[in-house]
Design a protein around this ligand. Structure first.
Ligand code: FES
Ligand code: CO
Length: 328
């Protein structure tokens, strides 16, 4: 559904994942919405592309068209054909006419990282959020999603940073109600973003691999809508979860996880992804019911406990950035 366009420069300059890499194969195209703007994604031999979903001739959605010869996108209406730079190179009604330079699709930045395709509506001020695990060949990556959610990106991100809900919402998986106490923890600021190095919690089945134990979580905020947690287990084993939310509108999102693991069997990958699906499904009714739907950045709104320290820091971070999108 077309939604109200966000003009918030902070949000528009933020990298957002818009598809799983594996869902956009060579020659594929698909439609999406980012911050109320309709976009088309397609993959040619030059890689994935993200453009505004609009043919400059008569405004038809380019996502109705098709990829030709893995090197161009052809509009479904009059067949204008755009190459991988977005330039129109053919107008079938006038085969001998060289398309003017103005006949160009509106192209966006596009990169592939952590099994996801990322874009932004305006030139981002920072690189795509990245974790050390991505460059470490001892880790394997398991991208999960997309999860369509009737919650705004700030609410979803804050929920990911909320440790006290784990034993309640994810009872039996990520915690137990009778061991729900959150011990004091510290939040520091790294490069202007909140970071919590050690939050201890008991978990009956922390990775979906049926191993109970007390675990220590490290949490970090990478950008307004991308965060991670890292669990260091015995023997150098590490479980890291990248959580990235793509804001569709102020109150609707598409979320993605990429799990990074340096242990276990790749045969477990499907089971681990299914486990993440289950965890996200448990969060869905909670986050989509939160009112106000937009995250209040004034700390006088809502009530806060010491266990909410990381969520409070996230709200302060968004406020410092001047993010108005999805916040109140
Ligand atoms: Fe796209 Fe005419 S609207 S070719
Ligand atoms: Co949760």
């Amino acid at each position: 559904m077309p939604t109200i366009l966000s003009l918030d420069p902070v949000a528009r300059q933020t990298w957002s994942p818009v598809a799983l890499s594996r869902d956009l194969k060579m020659g594929d195209r698909q439609a999406g919405v980012l911050l109320g703007e309709e976009i088309v994604l397609w993959r040619g031999s030059g890689g994935p592309h993200a453009w505004l979903d609009l043919c400059v001739h008569r405004g038809v959605r380019l996502s109705l068209g098709k990829v030709v010869d893995n090197c161009s996108l052809r509009c479904a209406y009059h067949g204008w054909t755009y190459d991988e730079t977005g330039q129109c190179v053919a107008m079938p009604a006038h085969p001998s006419l060289k398309p003017p330079p103005k006949a160009k699709a509106r192209i966006l930045v596009c990169q592939e990282r952590a099994g996801l395709i990322w874009t932004a509506l305006e030139s981002p001020q920072a690189p795509v959020p990245q974790l050390a695990e991505e460059a470490d060949s001892t880790f394997r990556a398991i991208p999960c999603g997309p999860y369509v959610s009737a919650a705004g990106a700030p609410r979803l991100i804050e929920n990911f940073l909320d440790v006290a809900h784990l034993p309640i919402v994810h009872e039996g998986c990520l915690g137990m109600p009778d061991r729900a106490e959150i011990l004091p923890y510290d939040v520091e600021w790294r490069n202007g973003r909140p970071f919590a190095g050690e939050i201890r919690i008991f978990q009956p089945n922390p990775e979906g691999l049926e191993r109970a134990g007390e675990v220590s979580y490290e949490y970090g905020v990478l950008s307004p809508f991308t965060v991670y947690l890292r669990k260091r287990l015995a023997d150098g084993k590490c479980f890291t979860l990248l959580f990235a939310v793509s804001p569709v509108s102020a109150v609707a999102s598409v979320a993605y996880f990429t799990v990074f693991l340096n242990y276990g069997d790749p045969a477990d990958n499907a089971g681990i992804a299914t486990f993440q699906d289950r965890i996200f499904a448990q969060d869905q009714p909670i986050v989509s019911s939160q009112r106000p739907e937009k995250l209040p950045l004034d700390l006088a709104e809502e009530l806060h406990l010491p266990s909410d320290r990381l969520a409070i820091a996230y709200r302060q971070y968004l406020r410092r950035l001047g993010l108005t999108f999805g916040t109140a």
